[in-house]
Design a binder for this molecule. Structure first.
Ligand SMILES: [Fe+2]
Length: 285
C-alpha cells in the first residue's frame, strides 16, 4: 500500500539531486568565474618613515581563451583602474594556448599604460618550452607583440628603476620557471646599482621563491595558482599547480620579506569554485 508513495518520494529525491547538480554546475561554470572581487592588502615596506603611500594594481592570469573572453578581460581592467593605481604590475599567463585576436587583446590592455606605468612578466602559458607541449606557442612572440603595442613594458630577466611619488623602486621581472626561462642572475644584475631602492619582484610562479632567496628583494608578486581555482571544503585545492600549497592566494611573510599571490582573473577549463577571480590592490606604506 505504501509503494506508490515510496516511488514518488524516490523520484522526488532524484529530481532534487539532479536539480542541485545542475545548479552547482551552472554556478561553477557561469557564475563564479565571472564574479569579480577586489583583493586589498596593506604592505609595510618603507625603509624610513614618512613616505607617501601608493597603490599597486596587480593583475594576473587573464588566460584569454574560448572560456575567458576579451570582454571579461576588459571588465577586469575597468574594475582595476577604478581603484586609481599609481603603478600596475602584470604577472603572466595572458593566454592559455594560441589566441588569434591580437588587435582585440591590444585594445583591451591599452587603457592600463594610459592610466599608470605598467610592467609585466610572462607565465608558463605565454609560449616556450612548456607551452608548446600543451598546444601553445613555441615562443613568446605573440604576447610580446601584444604587450609592446599596448605600451606595457616587459621585464624578462631584466630590471627597471622606477620613481613613484617619493619612492625609489627597483622592479625586477623573471622569466618563467616551467618554461625554463628563469635567469635570476641576469634579472638582478642591475639591482646593486640602486642600493637604497625598494625592490619588487615579478615572478609568475610562487615556487620560484627558493631560487630567489639569495637575492635582495622586499616584495614578490606572483600568480599561477589561480588561488587553487577549485577549493573544496575539507579537501582544499587538489589541482593547485605548485609544490608549496601553503602559498595559494593572499599575502605572506616569508624570510623577512613579503610575497603576494593573487588568485588571478581567468581560469583553465571555464570553472571556479570557492575561489573568485580577483584584481589585487596593494597599498604600499
Ligand atoms: Fe595561470
Amino acid at each position: 500500500m505504501n509503494r506508490p508513495k515510496t516511488k514518488f518520494s524516490r523520484r522526488k529525491f532524484l529530481a532534487t539531486i539532479g536539480l542541485a547538480g545542475l545548479g552547482g554546475a551552472t554556478y561553477v561554470r557561469w557564475v563564479e568565474p565571472h564574479w569579480l572581487d577586489v583583493g586589498r592588502h596593506k604592505i609595510h615596506l618603507s625603509k624610513s618613515d614618512g613616505k607617501t603611500p601608493f597603490k599597486v594594481l596587480q593583475l594576473s592570469d587573464f588566460h584569454a581563451s574560448p572560456v575567458v573572453s576579451i570582454n571579461f578581460i576588459k571588465e577586469s581592467i575597468r574594475l582595476g583602474l577604478n581603484q586609481q593605481p599609481d603603478l600596475i604590475l602584470l604577472t603572466g599567463d595572458f593566454i592559455t594556448h594560441k589566441f588569434d585576436q591580437l588587435e582585440e587583446y591590444v585594445e583591451a590592455l591599452a587603457p592600463l599604460a594610459k592610466a599608470a606605468p605598467t610592467y609585466a612578466c610572462l607565465g608558463n602559458h605565454d609560449g616556450g618550452l612548456w607551452a608548446v607541449r600543451g598546444g601553445g606557442y613555441e615562443d613568446t612572440e605573440f604576447i610580446r607583440s601584444v604587450l609592446t603595442k599596448a605600451k606595457v613594458t616587459l621585464l624578462h630577466n631584466a630590471s627597471q628603476p622606477v620613481q613613484i611619488r617619493d619612492w625609489n623602486l627597483m622592479l625586477v621581472g623573471l622569466g618563467d620557471s616551467w618554461a625554463e626561462e628563469m635567469q635570476p642572475e641576469a634579472a638582478f644584475a642591475r639591482a646593486p646599482s640602486n642600493p637604497g631602492a625598494t625592490t619588487i619582484v615579478l615572478s609568475h610562479n610562487p615556487d620560484t621563491k627558493m631560487g630567489l632567496k639569495s637575492y635582495a628583494w622586499d616584495l614578490m608578486l606572483c600568480g599561477h595558482t589561480h588561488g587553487g581555482q577549485v577549493c573544496l571544503p575539507l579537501i582544499g585545492a587538489p589541482f593547485a599547480p605548485v609544490r608549496d600549497k601553503k602559498l595559494l592566494g593572499g599575502l605572506y611573510r616569508w624570510n623577512n620579506r613579503w610575497i603576494h599571490v593573487t588568485r588571478g582573473l581567468g581560469n583553465l577549463h571555464g570553472v571556479r569554485f570557492n575561489c573568485r577571480p580577483e584584481v589585487s590592490l596593494l597599498t604600499l606604506v
